[in-house]
Write a protein that binds this ligand. Structure first.
Ligand code: AMP
Ligand code: ZN
Length: 499
């Protein structure tokens, strides 16, 4: 495996508006926190893009040998309909409309989210904490901020005192917003808000009578503000200062700006060293978004049941389509673009299979070819290390596809050194399978294959019982030539292993 010592990673840090070399606080350990979904409806493809971006980041860091603790939360309380601490809780609203318990809504859409992520071959996070599972910790953090005089209580609600905080800190450092502009742009109606200042944000809200998601606290029966859960869960599981925090660009303000303020106020340190933000997936040029209904759902794509689609597309093709764009660029969804990705994906996966089957033939080394392949392999790491540039990595992989196909025509891998052959195999499959997270799609015929193989195993056993060893050996040898090994155990049963 390639080691992180040999392969630098540069990350575009939103906080510095610059690419910086990645140095974990406690290498080889890396702490990665990603804002997870608010589980009040099915995740759409835009959400999936952000989660697949950070899946790729996680995979690449692991591929380099880092030990990554990846925390991605589930927002199951506190996310109100608009970002200005007003409106109904998104989950409670859905529960009211559907006449279900809020936790039934949470369960339904968490299960959907996990299913979708599985289809996309996304790794499960190391920890997936929920907001409702951390109410006590949230209350503790609010008390801490109150004790530091950076928050105040009004009528059972607690608000973060932005003006006070900004006396000693740079509120707006992540999003580039200025306090004055924020105040002017605030939508709050004069006199109707209990906040001292329109730019303050809620840490705890007293629940109105009909607000069904509610918990006891020293201030009121109420619920935590949305930004708080991520500060609490990231510091609990990754420490008060950790390496990477990710999410979509739309979360920069207010969510992440407020996370910085809460962390700094409570712990006296900047919580995150590298802030990463993925750009939006668009549909017809407009951001894909639950609230506007401009969405496409993963299952519509997999079944082809949407008028925007000419046919169904498999999860791996969609994943590849997303990896073909750099995560900081917008990506517009179209059926034509997906059709092109489908062809590219198939070419890549065919080459992966071919590479696995090609035999190495020891011949005289062609130094130019040898060097070319080594350089292309090194390039894959350079591009991935350059702020996870997957499109350029994929372009390089396609250059390697050309070399692999040429080897196939020659009947084996020739004219390169054995170490270069190993480098090629490790880099190509490492990038395609481990880093980009692509896999050969199942055809749905696996059950049939199993039945056919079981039948052959049975015929062979009968042949052996009848002392027809010519037939039993023939079955074993021919299966072996086809890549299926039979393993007889002492108790007389036989297992098969597909190579
Ligand atoms: P939400 O469930 O609304 O909290 O969103 C979950 C994640 O999806 C967040 O990181 C958002 O930034 C991200 N997201 C929402 N819409 C899009 C989009 N159109 N493209 C990419 N990411 C998105
Ligand atoms: Zn968050």
């Amino acid at each position: 495996m390639t080691k992180f010592e040999d392969n630098k990673v540069f990350i575009y840090n939103t906080l510095k508006a610059n690419k910086e070399e990645f140095h974990p606080i406690n290498s080889p350990n890396v702490g990665l926190y990603v804002c997870g979904p608010t589980v009040y409806s099915n995740v759409h493809l835009g959400n999936c893009r952000t989660f697949l971006t950070f899946d790729m980041v996680y995979r690449y860091l692991i591929h380099l040998g880092y030990k990554v603790r990846y925390v991605r939360n589930i927002t199951d309380a506190g996310h109100l309909e608009n970002d200005a601490d007003e409106g109904e809780d998104k989950i409670a609203k859905k529960a009211r409309i559907e006449q279900l318990e809020p936790m039934e809504i949470v369960q339904r859409y968490t299960v959907d989210f996990h299913n979708v992520m599985k289809h996309f071959n996304a790794c499960a996070p190391s920890i997936e904490p929920t907001a409702t599972g951390h109410i006590l910790e949230q209350i503790e953090m609010i008390q801490d901020i109150l004790d530091k005089n950076l928050a105040y209580e009004v009528n059972g609600s607690v608000y973060f005192d932005v003006k006070k905080y900004a006396e000693a800190n740079d509120y707006g450092e992540l999003s580039g917003r200025k306090i004055e502009e924020l105040r002017e742009g605030s939508r709050e109606l004069d006199g109707q808000s209990e906040k001292r200042d329109a730019i303050d944000f809620a840490l705890w809200k007293k629940a109105s009578e009909n607000h069904i998601m509610r918990w006891s606290s020293p201030w009121s029966v109420g619920f935590p503000g949305w930004h708080l859960e991520c500060s609490v869960m990231s510091s609990k599981y990754l420490g008060t200062q950790f390496d990477i925090h990710g999410g979509g660009m739309d979360l920069k303000f207010p969510h992440h700006e407020c996370e910085i303020a809460q962390g700094q106020a409570s712990h006296g340190v900047k919580p995150v060293n590298y802030w990463m933000h993925g750009n939006m997936l668009t549909l017809n040029g407009k951001r894909m978004s639950k609230s506007t209904g401009n969405t496409l759902l993963p299952h519509e794509l997999f079944s082809g049941e949407n008028e925007l689609l000419d046919k169904a597309y498999s999860p791996m093709v969609v994943r590849f389509f997303m990896m073909q764009a750099h995560y900081r660029s917008t990506l517009d969804f179209s059926s034509e673009a997906l059709a092109a990705s489908e062809k590219g994906f198939q070419r890549l996966m065919t080459a992966l299979k071919t590479l696995g089957q090609l035999k190495f033939k020891k011949t005289e080394v062609d130094p130019i070819l040898n060097q070319e392949i080594e350089a292309l392999c090194a390039q894959c790491y350079q591009f991935m290390g350059d702020d996870f540039n997957t499109p350029r990595t994929i372009a390089t992989l396609f250059e390697l596809v050309g070399k692999i196909n040429a080897f196939e025509k020659e009947g084996g891998i020739t004219k390169i050194a054995e170490e270069t052959k190993d480098l090629l195999s490790n880099t190509f499959s490492g990038m395609v399978v481990d880093v980009l997270g692509l896999k050969v799609e199942e055809t749905g015929n696996e059950g049939l294959l199993d039945e056919a193989l079981q039948m052959l195993v049975k015929i062979r056993q009968e042949a052996k019982q009848n002392k027809n060893f010519a037939l039993s050996d023939k079955i074993r040898d021919e299966l072996s030539a086809a890549g299926v090994q039979l393993k007889d155990s002492r108790d007389g049963t036989t297992e098969y292993i597909i190579n």
